[in-house]
Design a protein around this ligand. Structure first.
Ligand code: SF4
Length: 265
């Protein structure tokens, strides 16, 4: 994989962006320590948000933030894939479709008219989907926004020649290890059991229930969780809004596969 090179020839890193709020990139740029730590080890050759001149050739690692929501984004992500040894989906938008993919569960014309009024003729819009609909991804840095420490950790791993294994446990696992009192048991609508963890339980730590920003846990029992929340008095409408908020497309797929008996042999 990516080898540590001498100072004059550091590994090339790009931070690219399509539709998103730019919050994931800001995790890198706004935290001076993160940026300096990265710049010490790699050459940031493309970062259009902060650099005027951006290299568009081959790179060692390319972080992509945002979902494919416009026609021209399709060619962009394909080109970034071709040009990158390691392509990383940075944040919930790139990996799950993010908040904008909620549009998939609404009347798209109404949503568009609500946001843009009648000034929509210039828009060349696609249904918002994660970049994985168009390209293969080597690693996901999950979350909304992606976690700065995980970004630095990932770069260090890549410099050592590794693409780490994806974390495969739900938020609840870490909550239990830290002996946190369960928010579900306190009657809150927490989505920890059906959400990928490795977030240091930063929301439950402040007594805020998990809202699912790290995406649907692939082995989560969604049907049972929905039933449990309904028994606790939450409406199905609210539950589905929450479930669909960051990664509804993949959640629906997981639920369908469970119904078809595909994910549990
Ligand atoms: Fe913004 Fe969240 Fe999307 Fe990152 S994942 S670009 S923080 S909306």
């Amino acid at each position: 994989m990516v080898k540590q090179k001498n100072k004059s020839n550091k590994p090339k890193v790009a931070v690219q962006s399509i539709t998103g709020c730019a919050g994931c990139q800001l995790e890198i740029y706004y935290i001076e320590d993160v940026l300096l730590e990265l710049l010490d080890a790699v050459e940031l050759v493309a970062a259009p948000m902060i650099k005027e001149k951006n290299y568009d050739g081959p790179v060692d690692i390319c972080f992509v933030e945002g979902s494919v929501s416009h026609t021209d984004s399709i060619n962009k992500v394909k080109k970034w894939r071709e040009n990158s040894k390691i392509l990383v989906a940075l944040g919930a938008c790139a990996g799950e479709g993010g908040v904008q993919q909620q549009k998939n569960f609404m009347d798209k014309k109404k949503v568009q008219a609500y946001v843009y009024g009648n000034k929509t003729k210039h828009l060349d819009v696609e249904t918002p989907v994660p970049i994985t609909e168009y390209v293969e991804v080597d690693y996901y840095i999950k979350g909304c926004p992606a976690d700065k420490e995980e970004i630095v950790w990932f770069v260090k791993q890549a410099l050592l020649g590794k693409v780490p294994k994806q974390y495969e446990k739900p938020v609840c696992h870490e909550c239990k290890l830290r002996e946190k009192y369960c928010l579900l048991e306190q009657g809150q609508d927490c989505y920890g059991p059906i959400t990928f963890g490795n977030c240091s339980v930063m929301c439950p730590d402040y007594n805020h229930p998990c809202t699912g920003c790290r995406g649907p846990f692939s082995d989560g029992n969604f049907e049972e969780h929905i039933k449990l929340l309904q028994e606790k008095g939450f409406s199905k409408r609210l539950i589905m809004q929450r479930i669909n908020k960051y990664g509804g497309l993949r959640t629906q797929k997981i639920m369908q596969e469970a119904k078809d008996g595909k994910n549990h042999p």
